[in-house]
Design a protein around this ligand. Structure first.
Ligand code: UT7
Length: 355
């Protein structure tokens, strides 16, 4: 049976380390609060105006492509997951193609807007393309340059302290080897809570605050000298161009959905939680990962956490963690690796891979 396997994997994080203490210089927060609630010690920020979501993705992709032993011109489809794209449109997929210097191939490029679970959705889509024989070398990337779009005042602290920049990439290829590669993927969404974790402005709706959904406010749209289409003066004046999160609500959903979707994937593949060798959860909050670990009865060496050093890198977090675990020798041939993510949308998913 034709399946897809990870032929190559790579990640990139910017050099600049931003500690919790660094953040206390610009907002009312503390190292103690951040560590206790999230487990985060530090995160990386890209170099403003030099690095972008796309350039970081290209660094990660180059490693994945090299490890897969192919030429970058052989990539026949690109899937790019991000919530912090270089442009509003076009998406980062085509920008990555250009950055890699492979436009001549005219390979297709697809952008995924599924935030924390974007990479899971990406590898699931790639897996379908490979299983049907449509493509042989599919590049799936998750990359985020959060630091360009966060609110560094105290009013943004519950969101800002969590996020970091970085990129991860895999090159998926077909395999006919028995019991190898992606065994199954499960994808879910529930748009009921779309605004619970969202950056809702700018948008074609004309602008409102996430908190005021029940009573939409007339913001006098269109009213902007910056362009009536999406951004209004009011949005700029009122700091409405930053992400909003109802942290406790998201937390409660996350600890429910993570175990649920992992058990669903195991059931679909005819496996049990005891069969998992390594769990790579989306690095949302160390407390969420620890909860999931306990629910599944996994030992400390069966879960990969790096949120302490990189913060939450949204679409990049799963491939970065997977790549780190692989490079550290924590994943070996034949191991059952479980990837899982939950986030804004809400969207969530899991994948089981036989390494
Ligand atoms: O990756 C996508 C999915 N995202 C997630 O899964 C995130 C899920 N949620 C969380 O991880 C947590 O909800 C947070 C870490 C975001 C927040 O932790 P929390 O324990 O839920 O805190 P909270 O938002 O309920 O706030 C508790 C208190 C508030 O103060 P008062 O009203 O009790 O006086 C906040 O103003 O903590 C305050 N607070 C902070 N204090 C210092 C919020 N952020 C900070 C901060 N530093 N950075």
């Amino acid at each position: 049976m034709l399946r897809s396997k990870i032929g190559g994997i790579g990640y990139y994080v910017p050099e600049k380390v931003v500690t919790n203490d660094d953040l206390t210089k610009v907002m009312d927060t503390s190292d103690e609060w951040i560590q206790e609630r999230t487990g985060i010690l530090e995160r990386r920020y890209g170099k403003k105006h030099e690095e972008t979501t796309t350039t970081m993705a290209a660094r990660a992709a180059a490693v994945a492509i090299e490890r897969a032993g192919i030429r970058k011109e052989d990539v026949d489809f690109i899937i790019f997951a991000t919530l912090s794209p270089d442009f509003y449109f076009p998406g980062c997929g085509v920008l990555l193609q250009r950055e890699l210097g492979i436009t001549a191939s005219e390979a297709g490029a697809l952008d995924i807007r599924n935030q924390c679970s974007g990479f899971l959705y990406g590898i699931s889509v790639a897996d379908q393309f490979i299983r049907t024989g449509m493509y042989k070398n599919v590049l799936v990337v998750g990359s985020e340059m959060h630091s360009m779009g966060l609110d560094f005042s105290t009013s943004g602290r519950n969101v800002t302290v969590i996020f970091g920049d970085g990129a991860g990439a895999v090159l998926l290829q077909p395999t006919e080897e028995e019991n190898k590669g992606i065994l199954t993927t499960c994808l879910h969404s529930d748009g009921t809570y779309a605004e619970k974790l969202a950056l809702i402005n700018p948008g074609a709706h004309g602008g409102y605050h996430a908190k005021q959904l029940e009573e939409p406010v007339d913001y006098g749209y269109p009213d902007s000298k910056y362009g009536d289409m999406f951004v209004t003066q009011r949005m700029l004046d009122e700091g409405m161009l930053f992400p909003y999160m109802d942290g406790q609500f998201v937390f409660k959903m996350a600890v429910q959905k993570f175990p649920e979707v992992i058990l669903e994937a195991l059931g679909k593949a005819g496996l049990k939680k005891e069969d998992i060798t390594m769990l790579i959860p989306h690095q949302a909050n160390l407390r969420i990962s620890q909860f999931v670990q306990r629910r599944l009865g996994l030992r400390d060496d069966q879960i990969w956490n790096n949120i302490q050093r990189f913060g939450n890198t949204t679409a990049a977090s799963v491939p970065i963690a997977l790549c780190e675990a692989y490079e550290a020798g924590a994943i070996k041939s034949g191991d059952l690796v479980c990837l899982a993510a939950f986030g804004s949308g809400f969207t969530w998913g899991a994948a089981l891979l036989r390494w």
